[in-house]
Design a protein around this ligand. Structure first.
Ligand SMILES: [Cu+2]
Length: 126
């Protein structure tokens, strides 16, 4: 019984540490992609493409298997490039990841194989 209690306490400590590190999400927004290439217009898009959120909100990126979402600099975004931003977020193909945004600012991201086809997006945190 003592061991079970200890395990519970340790689990709770681990969880609260994680929350402090990543922050606790205010509202969670969702960005999705589709693998259905019969409609190229929606295939080459993040949905939504441009998202405005509040400081402390999270964005849950739900990537289908042929797309990724990689943060880039404004310059790379403007030139439809695909070079990842140092220390930026990166959600892999077919991956779902919740990203916490704790500071106001602008984030630019692209789908690396389709950046040239304007599969790009922004997150505005205000
Ligand atoms: Cu893509």
């Amino acid at each position: 019984m003592k061991n079970i209690l200890l395990a519970l306490v340790l689990t709770q400590i681990a969880c609260s540490e994680k929350e402090t590190e990543e922050g606790t999400c205010g509202t969670t927004h969702t960005v999705t992609t589709t693998d259905d290439s019969s409609d190229m217009e929606s295939y080459m898009d993040f949905s939504p493409e441009d998202l405005t959120i509040a400081v402390g909100d999270c964005v849950n990126f739900v990537m289908s298997s042929t797309h990724n979402a990689v943060e880039v600099s404004q310059e790379t975004y403007d030139s439809l490039g695909s070079t990842a931003l140092d220390g930026g977020f990166e959600v892999g193909y077919g991956e779902t990841q919740e990203i916490y945004f704790g500071e106001a600012g602008m984030h630019y991201y692209v789908c690396q194989p389709h950046a040239g086809g304007e599969m790009i997006g922004t997150i505005t945190v205000e």
